[in-house]
Ligand binder design. Structure first.
Ligand SMILES: NC(=O)c1ccc[n+]([C@@H]2O[C@H](COP(=O)([O-])OP(=O)(O)OC[C@H]3O[C@@H](n4cnc5c(N)ncnc54)[C@H](O)[C@@H]3O)[C@@H](O)[C@H]2O)c1
Length: 431
């Protein structure tokens, strides 16, 4: 089995940040960094959440800053301080009147900004994946522990109404003990990232560039997050090792040929990422997980979200289904499934589900996520996702690639809690 690096020892006096609580904040003063698609949507959502102020906005593209400022103006909010330029996020991090940095830049800038932000005493929320290397994951963990600051990866799929309600059922024991789980990010993104309309490949889109140079699973957290929560990772169990395999890379260039022509330079760009990546994970308690990634071949959107328990079974995609012992081999009918989901509706949905639907339409998960982040910060509560979640879910980016480059060899998954994975017995959401 391959082992990436020795676990860096925890400096003496430094403690874990499991269930970290910090001083309550009456108003959460936010600095937004990277004002692209995700951040603009987040700013819109923040307009409907009490107890926040957007103090600073930062991007390298002036028109994005203008767009963000426009949202504040439309909602009669004070103008935010503007930071334009590639390194200006440092000045935003250094402002004394910021409590939370909300980081929505490209993958490779998340960790450096988050680490600097925490060093400046700020809490950080960062988009997925938090990091692209194991070393970056350790930097997040070490800085959060040293500075006693929250570091939450914005894994919004953990807040999908279906996943939340199933988690509630799992925590009540309705599916028995979960022995196997599956998750995925299967989303044919080629039209988005290669089409002339977006022109992103021509413009050197960061996602396409990253994928051109890497194999493995560069985007594991949407699939992994909700199933790790169901399996209580680092709260009584931990991921020990993985094995990863990828198919050859065909889909991106096939599509580019159609859009740009057989002999175009775009169709000949190198693209290392295999079309379908499949990764198997084994945990300390001998539970298994399967995670897939595929953004380059035809298939309806899927995150799988499958849980196999000793008493019951659930899957979300391609169609939601439950089955329960002793009628194990027949799926619950639609009406009974509806009643079941209603009966075990997650408390977050009861509290803010309606408002989330009103504000975000079909993207209630994003609103619930932001609402919970702000609620916990304002009340001095532990956040729903901690820095170990971010590290565990993101470390697959590098570890899956390592496995493949070494002939699909098993690779050890580091214990980012450094031995404290058994200190908590299960996942619990505060307040
Ligand atoms: N959770 C989800 O469902 C979901 C969906 C889409 C994207 N994402 C994630 O969100 C992140 C952003 O994705 P996006 O689609 O908004 O990308 P985007 O390209 O639209 O936005 C990124 C922004 O960061 C800015 N930026 C880059 N470097 C910067 C720097 N040094 N300083 C300041 N700004 C900088 C860019 O100018 C751009 O405006 C990615 O990590 C992505 O994986 C998550």
């Amino acid at each position: 089995m391959l082992s990436i690096t020795p676990v860096p020892s925890r400096p003496s006096g430094q403690k874990n940040v499991l269930k970290l609580t910090c001083e309550p904040l009456e108003v959460v003063r936010i600095g937004m960094i990277g004002l692209g698609v995700r951040a603009i949507r987040a700013i819109n959502r923040f307009m409907y959440i009490d107890g926040i102020e957007i103090k600073g906005i930062c991007d390298i593209v002036p028109s994005n800053i203008k767009q963000a400022q426009q949202i504040l103006q439309t909602h009669h909010k004070p103008e935010a301080a503007e930071y334009a330029g590639a390194e200006t996020w440092k000045s935003l991090c250094e402002r004394p009147d910021i409590d939370l940095l909300y980081i929505c830049t490209d993958w490779e800038t998340h960790t450096p900004i988050a680490v600097y932000g925490m060093e400046c005493g700020k809490h950080v929320a960062l988009e997925v994946p938090s990091s692209t290397t194991v070393s970056e994951c350790w930097q997040l963990v070490d800085t959060a522990e040293k500075m006693r600051r929250h570091c939450m990866m914005l894994e919004n799929c953990c807040y999908d109404p279906f996943e939340l309600t199933v988690l509630n059922m799992v925590q009540k024991g309705i599916l028995g003990e979960i022995i196997h789980a599956e998750g995925a990010y299967i989303h044919d993104l080629r039209a988005r990232i290669l089409s002339n309309e977006y022109g992103k490949r021509k413009a050197g889109n960061w996602q396409t560039q990253y994928n051109a140079g890497h194999t493995g699973n560069p985007y594991p957290t949407h699939g992994l997050g909700p199933i790790c929560q169901a399996l209580n990772m680092h709260r009584g169990d931990k991921m020990n090792r993985l094995v990863s395999m990828s198919t050859q890379s065909i889909g991106m260039n096939l599509f580019a040929k159609e859009v740009y022509g057989e002999n175009s330079s775009e169709a000949k760009l190198p693209h290392k990422l295999g079309d379908m990546n499949t990764t198997l994970i084994c945990t300390e308690k001998e539970k298994t997980m399967m995670i897939q990634h595929n953004i380059a071949s035809p298939r309806p959107y899927s995150r799988l979200y499958l849980l196999n328990g000793t008493k019951g079974y659930v899957q979300k995609y391609p169609v939601p289904q439950f089955a329960f012992y002793p009628d194990s081999d027949s799926a619950l009918n639609r009406e009974d499934m509806k009643l079941l989901l209603e009966k075990h509706k997650h408390p977050f949905l009861i509290r803010i589900g309606e408002k989330a639907d009103e504000v975000c339409g079909g993207r209630a998960n994003d609103f619930i996520m932001d609402y919970r982040l702000i609620h916990c910060l304002r009340n001095g509560l532990p956040l729903d996702q901690d820095v170990y979640d971010a590290a565990e879910w993101s470390c697959l980016v590098e570890l899956t690639e390592m496995s493949i480059l070494n002939g699909n060899i098993p690779v050890e998954i580091p214990d980012f809690t450094r031995g404290d994975w058994n200190k908590l017995s299960k996942l619990e959401f505060a307040g």
